[in-house]
Design a protein around this ligand. Structure first.
Ligand SMILES: Cc1ncc(C[n+]2csc(CCOP(=O)(O)OP(=O)(O)O)c2C)c(N)n1
Ligand code: SF4
Ligand SMILES: [Mg+2]
Length: 758
C-alpha cells in the first residue's frame, strides 16, 4: 500500500482490492450508524469484512444480523426513520426477498444505501452473476447506480449517498456491481487516506423527519387512499427527475475531490461510432478492448454503458446514439415474453422520442447465470450490429446469444433408485402406542439395520469429516418404506446435487430455505388429496421429510411454524452445524454465544457472537406438534428410535421436528476425525441435551449426570478452534456467562422431564 497525492485531490492510498472490500471500506469511511444485513453470496463478504474491521475497533457501525433479508430490510427501514445513515448489502434471492420493503423505503422517502452484488435469480439455483436480480428493483423508486469495477464501488457508494440525501431527492439508493466479476476480483484501487475526507464531503446527515423526536411527533406511513396516493407517487417521480438533474453535478464535485471522472453515461469511442454495443457493468469493459481492435480494421465501433439506470439517462443516450447506425443492447437478464430485455425497451423508447434518430436497435440476452463474456463474444455481438448497420435492416431484433435450445447431458453411471424391498424390512423396527398415548419403539441391533441402503449415495462433495450425511443416513435408517425429501438450501443440498448429477436415490425437491416447510406442506396435502380422488393407489404411503440446516430454521422459521401450526404430516430434520456453513461460516441464531464466525469475529473490540443460541426444539414444541426430538449420530440407537417415532407421528398425527447436532470440521476448526468427540462433549456438557417431547411430555433420553459423564463446558469449547479464545483467562467472565445459560436451560429441561405438566 502506498500513499499517493493526486494533483487535484485529497491524499489517497493505492491498494489492491475487490469490489466487496471496497464496499466495506467505503461503508467504514462513510461511518454509517446502522447496517442490517443477511448473508448471501456474492455480497456476504461486505458484512464479513465490516465485522472483521469492527472486531479490530476500526469503526462502530451497529451491525445487526437479521433473520432474513426481509428482516434486514425492515431493520434498515426502521433505522432510517431514526435519522441516521443506514447501509445494507445483498444479492439475488436476498434482493427479491426484501423487494416488498423497497417501495416502503422509497414511498416514505427515507434515504439509505444498499449495495447489490448482482447474481442470477433462482430457480435453478445459481450463485454466479447476472442482472436478473437488479432488474426486479427497477420499479421500486430507488436510485440505481452501476459500478463497473471495484474503484467505482467505492466512489459511487459515496456519490450515491450524497445524491440520495439531497433535499430535493430524498430517495434510497442502490449501487449494483457484478457478482464475482467485480465483487471478488481484485484490482488496483485508490481510497482516501483519511476517512474524514468522505465524511466532510457528505457533511452531517441532513435534517429530515425523524421518529426519534418525541417533542415533534410525526405519523410515518399513514394509510392513504385515492386521491392522495397518486400524488405521493408523482412526488417520487419528481424526486427521480431532480436526481437526474443533480447527479452530474455530484459526480463533478466528487471528481474535484478524488480526481476520478464519472459520467452518467460512460461513452467509449462513441464520438463517430457507426456501430455500438450497449452493455451494463463489467461486460462493457471487455467490449472496449474489442472496439479498439475493430477500429484497427477500420470499423468505427464504440461502447455505451450507463453508470446510472434510475433515473434512466434517456437524454444522454439520445445524444450518444444520434449518429450511430446500429446499436446492439446486450443484457444479462430477460423480461420473459416481452420480446426483449427491459433495457432494450427503455433504450428504444428513449430513441423514439427523438424524431431525428435513425439508429437500428438489436437486443441479445447473454451471460445468464454468470456465464463468462469474452472478447470473442463482444466481437460476435459487434458483428451482428455491423451487419444491420451495413444492410440497413435488422434481421432478428431479439434473441439469446450463446445458447442451445435442447440440452442432453451425457449418460453417466449412477446408483439405481432405492427399490421398495430394500426399505420395507417387514417390521424390523417395532413402534407401538402405549396406554398413555406415547410410543414404544423396539430397534434391532445396529448390524441388522446396516443392510438398509443409504438414501444419500456416496460421492457427494461434503468436506472430509463432515457430520451431515453420517447423521442423516443414521436417521433415515429408522424410516420404513418410501420417502420423499425436500432439502432447503444449505450444505447438504449444495454438496449432493449439481446438475446433471444427484446423490439422492429417492425423490428429492429443493426450495429456498425461507419456504421449504410451506412447499412440503403443499406436496403432502396434494398426496393425500390425489389418493382421496383415486388418482394415486389407495394403499400407497410416503414419508415426507424436510432436511434443513440451522440457518434454514432462521429465515424459514415463519414457514416452519406455519406448517407446524397447520400440523401437516411430515418430518422436519434440522442438522445443526452452528452456522451458515455453505456460504462461508456466518453466524446463525443457533451459533452459541461467544463462538467465532465470519460475522462474529474475535478481536480487541469483539469476542465472537454477542447473543445466546436459539432453542429451536422448544420453539417448535410451543406449536404443540405431537413430536419433537434432539439427536446425534454418536447415539445411533437413540436417533433411529426417534426417527421411527417421527415417522409414525407424521403418518398418524401430524408434524414431527428434530434437531440433530452435526460436526463441521471446516468451520469449527477441528481435526477432520474429531467430529464425534466434539459432538459427544457438546452432549456431555449439557449444551446439547438429548431428549424428546411427545404430546407435551418431556423425556431426557440420555442424562450425562446419571452415568457420571457430565463434563464442564470448557471441556467442549477447548476442542474447537472457533471457541478456544473462550477458554483464555481474560475471557473467564464470558465462560461463566455461557456456563450459566447452559445450566439454566438444563435445569429447566430436567424439571420438565420430572414434571408431566411442564
Ligand atoms: C433469500 C436467501 N438468502 C440468503 C441465501 C444464501 N444462503 C443460502 S444457504 C445459506 C445458509 C444456510 O445455512 P444453514 O441452513 O445452516 O445450512 P448450512 O450451509 O450450514 O448447511 C444462506 C445464507 C439464499 N440462498 N437465499
Ligand atoms: S462446510 Fe461444514 S457442514 Fe458444510 S460440507 Fe463442509 S464440513 Fe460439512
Ligand atoms: Mg448451518
Amino acid at each position: 500500500m502506498a500513499a499517493v497525492l493526486s494533483p487535484t485531490a485529497a491524499e489517497q492510498v493505492t491498494d489492491f482490492r475487490s469490489g466487496n472490500e471496497m464496499a466495506a471500506i467505503s461503508a467504514k469511511h462513510i461511518d454509517f450508524h446502522v447496517m442490517g444485513y443477511y448473508p448471501i453470496t456474492p455480497s456476504t463478504e461486505i458484512a464479513e469484512n465490516l465485522d472483521a474491521m469492527r472486531a479490530e475497533g476500526e469503526h462502530s457501525i451497529v451491525m445487526i444480523p437479521a433473520d432474513g433479508e426481509h428482516g434486514a430490510a425492515g431493520i434498515c427501514y426502521g433505522a432510517s426513520t431514526g435519522g441516521g445513515r443506514v447501509f445494507n448489502a445483498t444479492s439475488s434471492q436476498g434482493l427479491l426477498y426484501s423487494l416488498e420493503q423497497l417501495p416502503v423505503q422509497s414511498g416514505t422517502r427515507f434515504p439509505m444505501l444498499l449495495d447489490v452484488a448482482t447474481r442470477a435469480v433462482s430457480a435453478p439455483l445459481d450463485i454466479r452473476g447476472d442482472h436478473s436480480d437488479i432488474y426486479y428493483a427497477l420499479n421500486t423508486g430507488w436510485l440505481i447506480f452501476l459500478a463497473r469495477d471495484p474503484q467505482a464501488v467505492y466512489d459511487l457508494n459515496v456519490v450515491a449517498l450524497r445524491v440520495a440525501e439531497r433535499p430535493e431527492v430524498q430517495l434510497p439508493a442502490i449501487v449494483a456491481f457484478d457478482g464475482f466479476f467485480t465483487s471478488h476480483q481484485k484490482r488496483r484501487v485508490c481510497y482516501f487516506a483519511d476517512p474524514a475526507v468522505v465524511r466532510d464531503f457528505l457533511g452531517p446527515v441532513p435534517e429530515r423527519v425523524t421518529a426519534l423526536d418525541p417533542r415533534h411527533p410525526v405519523t410515518i406511513g399513514p394509510y392513504m387512499n385515492d386521491p392522495d396516493l397518486i400524488n405521493n407517487k408523482y412526488q417520487l417521480t419528481i424526486a427521480m427527475q431532480a436526481a437526474g438533474r443533480v447527479i452530474a453535478d455530484e459526480l463533478a464535485a466528487y471528481e474535484a475531490l478524488s480526481g476520478r471522472h464519472y459520467d452518467v453515461l460512460d461513452c467509449y469511442r462513441m464520438e463517430d461510432a457507426d456501430v455500438a454495443l450497449l452493455l451494463l457493468n463489467s461486460a462493457a469493459e471487455t467490449a472496449k478492448d474489442v472496439a479498439d481492435r475493430l477500429r484497427d480494421e477500420g470499423i468505427r465501433a464504440g461502447v455505451v454503458s450507463p453508470n446510472v439506470i434510475r433515473p434512466f439517462p434517456a437524454d444522454e443516450l439520445r445524444a450518444a446514439l444520434l449518429g450511430v447506425k446500429a446499436v446492439l443492447i446486450g443484457e444479462r437478464a430477460d423480461s420473459y415474453g416481452a420480446h426483449g430485455g427491459t433495457l432494450a425497451h427503455e433504450v428504444k423508447s428513449a430513441l423514439k422520442d427523438d424524431p431525428d434518430n435513425r439508429t437500428l436497435c438489436l437486443n441479445r440476452i447473454f451471460g445468464l447465470g454468470g456465464r463468462d463474456f469474452y472478447a470473442e463474444d463482444a466481437e460476435a455481438l459487434f458483428r451482428v450490429a455491423l451487419e444491420a448497420a451495413e444492410t440497413g435492416h435488422v434481421a432478428v431484433p431479439f434473441d439469446y446469444y450463446g445458447v442451445v435450445a435442447e440440452v442432453h447431458p451425457p449418460a453417466r453411471k449412477s446408483l439405481p433408485p432405492i427399490a421398495p424391498e430394500e426399505t420395507s424390512t417387514g417390521g424390523l423396527i417395532k413402534v407401538e402406542q402405549g396406554p398413555d398415548g406415547r410410543l414404544q419403539v423396539e430397534t434391532p441391533p445396529a448390524w441388522r439395520l446396516a443392510a438398509r441402503p443409504k438414501a444419500v449415495a456416496p460421492g457427494h462433495s461434503a468436506c472430509p469429516g463432515c457430520g451431515v450425511f453420517p447423521a442423516l443416513n443414521t436417521f433415515f435408517k429408522g424410516l420404513e418404506g418410501d420417502v420423499v425429501v425436500l432439502y432447503q438450501t444449505g450444505c447438504a443440498m449444495v454438496v449432493s446435487t449439481g446438475y446433471p448429477l444427484s446423490s439422492h436415490r429417492i425423490t428429492y425437491v429443493h426450495n429456498l430455505f425461507q419456504n421449504g416447510a410451506a412447499t412440503l406442506g403443499g406436496l403432502v396435502e396434494m398426496f393425500h388429496e390425489r389418493i382421496r380422488r383415486g388418482e394415486l393407489p389407495a394403499g400407497d404411503d410416503i414419508t415426507f421429510v424436510m432436511v434443513t440446516g440451522d440457518g434454514g430454521m432462521d429465515i424459514g422459521t415463519g414457514a416452519a411454524i406455519g406448517a407446524a401450526i397447520r400440523n401437516h404430516g411430515f418430518i422436519v430434520v434440522e442438522y445443526d452445524n452452528e452456522g451458515y456453513m455453505n456460504t462461508g461460516a456466518q453466524l446463525s441464531y443457533s451459533t452459541p454465544f461467544g463462538h467465532m464466525t465470519s460475522t462474529s469475529h474475535v478481536g480487541p473490540a469483539q469476542a465472537g457472537k454477542s447473543f445466546h443460541h436459539k432453542d429451536m426444539p422448544q420453539i417448535m414444541a410451543a406449536t404443540n406438534i405431537p413430536y419433537v426430538f434432539t439427536g446425534v449420530e454418536g447415539f445411533p440407537d437413540d436417533l433411529v428410535a426417534k426417527a421411527a417415532k417421527a415417522q409414525w407421528y407424521s403418518h398418524h398425527e401430524g408434524m414431527a421436528y428434530g434437531k440433530v447436532l452435526i460436526s463441521c470440521p471446516l468451520n469449527w476448526r477441528t481435526d477432520d476425525r474429531a467430529g464425534v468427540d466434539v459432538v459427544q462433549a457438546a452432549v456431555d456438557s449439557c449444551f446439547f441435551p438429548l431428549y424428546e417431547i411427545e404430546h407435551g411430555h418431556t423425556t431426557i433420553t440420555y442424562d450425562p449426570e446419571l452415568v457420571g459423564r457430565r463434563v464442564p463446558v470448557s471441556s467442549w469449547l477447548r476442542l474447537m478452534g472457533k471457541t478456544r479464545h473462550l477458554c483464555r483467562p481474560e475471557n473467564a467472565q464470558l465462560l461463566e456467562k455461557i456456563d450459566g445459560e447452559i445450566e439454566r436451560r438444563w435445569q429447566r429441561l430436567k424439571a420438565m422431564h420430572e414434571h408431566p405438566l411442564l
